[in-house]
Design a protein around this ligand. Structure first.
Ligand SMILES: [Zn+2]
Length: 189
């Protein structure tokens, strides 16, 4: 099993890992590591990019509980590989993803609208709600979100089951608790 560094340290940008498995498909190498800070696409959050040794990682995905890093070539070494996340991209995605938690929580609080879907893209984030919102409601939601951002509320992770493989709750202090496996910032600011 691969240790998921991003679960307990979403700010890890560089780490050292060993290749435990790989296969080739369409000239791309799908690499498994003994541990990884690369976030695999899932839960609405796009995958990380970066490098493993001298290989460029263009995509990361999870299949049957296994995390695969898609590389342009296979690193010559199999162990002690320096791995790096494209941090500018990941930090932007974390900002958007944490923003989505905040926006969904405030939308529910103020207008009883449930978020039924969201899309996190390279440059924008949208949420889908189960009811239609008026412009006035949207303005109120925006003001409230900004207030929470100014207050710089703490964002934390909890495992109510006590086990790290158990349900993972993302908490915005005094506002929201939501199960999520994604990567988040440490505060709303
Ligand atoms: Zn999340």
């Amino acid at each position: 099993m691969t240790e998921r560094i991003y679960y307990y340290d979403s700010f890890k940008q560089e780490f050292v890992a060993d290749i435990i498995d790989n296969f080739v498909e369409d000239d791309k190498y799908h690499i498994r590591l003994n541990k990884t800070a690369f976030y695999p696409e899932g839960g609405g959050q796009p995958a990380d990019q970066g490098s493993i040794g001298e290989s460029y990682i263009s995509h990361v995905y999870e299949l049957n509980g296994k995390i695969f890093h898609v590389a342009d070539k296979l690193p010559e070494e199999k162990s002690g590989l320096e791995c790096k996340i494209d941090w500018e991209r990941r930090f932007d995605l974390m900002q958007q993803h944490s923003g989505q938690h905040l926006l969904s929580a405030v939308t529910k609080d103020l207008c009883q609208a449930e978020t039924v879907g969201f899309h996190l893209g390279e440059s924008s984030l949208t949420i889908d709600t189960d009811i239609r919102l008026s412009q006035e409601e949207i303005d109120t939601i925006e003001t409230k979100c900004n207030q929470f951002i100014y207050e710089n509320r703490e964002i934390s992770i909890e495992y109510p089951g006590g086990d790290k493989d158990d349900i993972r709750i993302v908490k915005i202090k005094g506002l929201d608790r939501n199960p999520c496996g994604g990567t988040h910032l440490k505060s709303t600011g």
